[in-house]
Design a protein around this ligand. Structure first.
Ligand code: SF4
Ligand code: MG
Length: 333
């Protein structure tokens, strides 16, 4: 069937005093109901900007979408009436951000803020909205929800606040949740708990989930597929476990080699040298070429398209793609 959400050839640019920053340069991805797509990249890779374009929260101007489509159930949101767009972005797609403390109002109780979703969108009475708020707090496993419904955001731990954000996102039972670095501000153990909760609720509600992260370590157990972004493009796509086992792009390989491993304690980690490019001056050819240890001449002149990745004998590997001129050497050695 039709994907829940499909981004097609999306371009986003920001007009600044120093020139045009090309933040997103032809991104394609899709997510189905019940599916989790992880979008992985360093800051400045365009992963958050793509999500902001979907949610209609780009600063506009200076942000502009010169080209592309954002299809929700097959319909281009960029061509809808503002009211139709608002309806989808309000009730069908919810977003969770990294920083719960700045997303929640500090002077209103969490119960009030959760209940507001039901009062405003479903016209529930104060009493019924409060009951719904407690139910949601239970859903995201906040202990003693009944006693804590009147507490304020600062009275909760970081992990609990992020659960409240998840509850807010779930309130209207959206079809799709976009979570931008939802656990980055948390301790490692709390990160795993929040990620597990999110994955569990996603299965339970059969939602689509787009998980945006810079951390390969947090998505392995929850994502179905991964899109790796660099300088506003997707450089590799793969089912999650295949990506870990056999990366087909030197950048992905570098990211994998940078994950600390317990059995290698004391050994120096390989980290990718250099920095992501300035989006005002993206290098010609493959944007990764100044940092790539295997770059060839062609890499400095020709932008590599996303090649379908196959086995050496040509057998297709569904869902796999690599935007590297040397993808064969990279995956098959
Ligand atoms: Fe490296 Fe060239 Fe592949 Fe880019 S296209 S990742 S520079 S080998
Ligand atoms: Mg970001």
């Amino acid at each position: 069937g039709t994907p829940l959400l499909e981004v097609r050839d999306l371009h986003v640019e920001f007009h600044t005093r120093d020139g045009v920053a090309k933040a997103v340069n032809g991104v394609n991805y899709s997510v189905r109901a019940g599916e989790t797509l992880a979008v992985l990249g360093e800051s400045g890779s365009g992963k958050s900007v793509t999500a902001q374009a979907i949610m209609g929260i780009l600063d506009m101007p200076p942000g502009a979408i010169p080209k592309g489509e954002i299809l929700f159930r097959g319909e281009d949101m960029l061509k809808m009436s503002p009211e139709e767009r608002r309806r989808i972005r309000g009730a069908k797609i919810a977003m969770i951000f990294q920083d719960a403390l700045s997303s929640l109002n500090p002077v209103l109780s969490v119960g009030y803020q959760l209940g507001e979703m039901f009062r405003v969108h479903q016209g529930l009475s104060k009493k019924d909205a409060r009951a719904k708020a407690i139910e949601l707090m239970d859903r995201v496993r906040i202990p003693a929800a009944k006693e804590r419904v009147g507490d304020y955001p600062h009275q909760f731990s970081g992990g609990m606040r992020q659960r409240i954000m998840i509850a807010m996102a779930l309130a209207l039972e959206p079809d799709l949740i976009i979570a931008d670095e939802p656990t980055t501000a948390l301790d490692v153990t709390v990160q795993a708990q929040v990620m597990d909760l999110l994955a569990e609720l996603q299965r339970e509600y059969n939602m689509g989930l787009i998980l945006i992260t810079h951390d390969l370590g947090v998505v392995a157990d929850v994502a179905d597929k991964i899109a790796v972004m660099y300088a506003g493009r997707i450089v590799e796509t793969a089912p999650v476990h295949e990506l870990y086992k056999r990366p087909a792009h030197p950048y992905t390989r570098g990211l994998l080699d940078s994950i600390p491993r317990l059995d290698q304690k004391g050994q120096e980690l390989f980290a990718i040298k250099g920095l992501p490019p300035n989006l005002l001056r993206i290098p010609a050819g493959c944007a990764f070429n100044p940092r790539c240890t295997v770059a060839q001449d062609v890499c400095r002149t020709e932008v590599p398209p996303l090649h379908p990745v196959t086995e050496p004998d040509g057998t297709a590997l569904p869902g796999r793609g690599s935007a590297c001129h040397l993808w064969k050497e990279t995956i098959h050695g």
